[in-house]
Design a protein around this ligand. Structure first.
Ligand SMILES: [Zn+2]
Length: 344
């Protein structure tokens, strides 16, 4: 990072769900969820079951456009669409490529739709990665996967020499199974959340902290400083404004320890460059001259102006150059209406 200048490398969102860009304004569930598992069942698992490939395409484009406009040039995505699995990762990769954002894709394999669903999810990861797609093998979370599905996913990841991207101990419901899975992690795995991982657990890989999502779901605080492994920052699908996520990570840490400085959450933001190293070469010019942790921790409204990736301007004066942002928003809104109409 070129400190004390208004230029940085591209920021990295280390855990995203691009499909959730269409979720804003979705009809509320008939019964208000009161626990994390009910939020999954009544919001996210209703939504993902209704997704088709066209919805996924425009959701990903909107998410990619908004990432770019926030100075985020690389996204590590985790996808699920149980009724449109085959080809879904390519749709996301193509949408991001059209906008000019780097993406790493993974399909979140799960047994919540039976063994056939798990097999189809594994097959989509394999198809995409063997075709040369950039990504990881995805698992939803240990508590929704059978032991054999987990073992198959680990075998596939080893075979393809990529890591596993998985939610771990996000809520109490996954505390035991999530910790057991986390103990199997290798250095190229992404362990997402880890709120209920026990103190002192011996881990490999990178832990991805998503402070806004954890607060929004009231699952508790992960206390990322507990872990010896690297910590990175994600949004868990709520946009890709990584400076905003950094600010939240900072104040959440301060709530626990008022002596904490912003260098720690800044390090978490920087850890994204170890996961998506190409983003270091991207050049983001900001509307603020002093891009250093103590300034950014307390300065809101810092916006990306211009972004150059591989010599090509993909953002100019805050607007994407390859796609029309108004058209992307309009098309995404149309798809959101189709999606909401399909919800049970
Ligand atoms: Zn997630």
């Amino acid at each position: 990072m070129s400190e004390f200048s208004g230029v940085t490398p591209g920021l990295v969102c280390s855990h995203h769900h691009l499909y959730s860009a269409l979720a804003r304004g979705m009809p509320a569930p008939a019964e208000t969820p009161e626990r994390f598992l009910q939020i999954l069942e009544r919001v996210w698992w209703r939504l993902d079951a209704a997704l088709d490939l066209e919805m996924i395409e425009w959701s990903a484009k909107l998410g990619a456009v908004e990432a770019l406009m926030s100075g985020c040039t690389a996204i590590i995505d985790h996808h699920e669409s149980p009724n449109a699995i085959d080809g879904s990762l390519s749709v996301i990769a193509d949408a991001c490529s059209e906008v000019g954002v780097r993406v790493s894709c993974a399909y979140g394999v799960t047994d919540r739709h039976g063994p056939a669903g798990a097999t189809a999810g594994l097959a989509e990861n394999e198809r995409f990665l063997r075709d040369g797609g950039r990504g990881m093998v995805g698992l939803h979370a240990a508590f929704t996967c059978s032991e054999s599905t987990i073992e198959e996913a680990i075998g596939l990841a080893e075979d393809l020499e990529v890591g596993i991207h998985v939610h771990v101990a996000e809520g109490v419901v996954d505390s035991g199974a999530g910790a057991a899975l986390a103990r199997k992690a290798q250095s190229n795995w992404l362990l997402v959340h880890g709120v209920y991982l026990p103190d002192g657990i011996d881990l490999e890989g990178t832990l991805v902290h998503n402070p806004r999502s954890n607060m929004n779901n009231a699952v508790g605080y992960a206390e990322p400083t507990r872990f010896k492994i690297p910590v990175a920052l994600g949004t868990d699908g709520i946009g890709a404004d990584m400076l905003d996520e950094f600010r939240l990570a900072f104040v959440k840490l301060r709530e626990l320890d008022v002596t904490a400085g912003p260098e720690t959450p800044w390090k978490w933001l920087e850890a994204g460059w170890d996961l998506m190293p190409e983003a270091r070469d991207d050049v983001v010019s900001w509307n603020y001259p002093t891009m250093e942790p103590w300034h950014l921790a307390y300065t809101t409204g810092v916006r990306a102006g211009d972004i150059v990736i591989d010599g090509e301007p993909v953002l100019r004066d805050g607007l994407p150059t390859r796609v029309d942002v108004d058209e992307v928003r309009a098309k995404a809104l149309e798809q959101a209406k189709r999606l909401f109409a399909k919800l049970d």
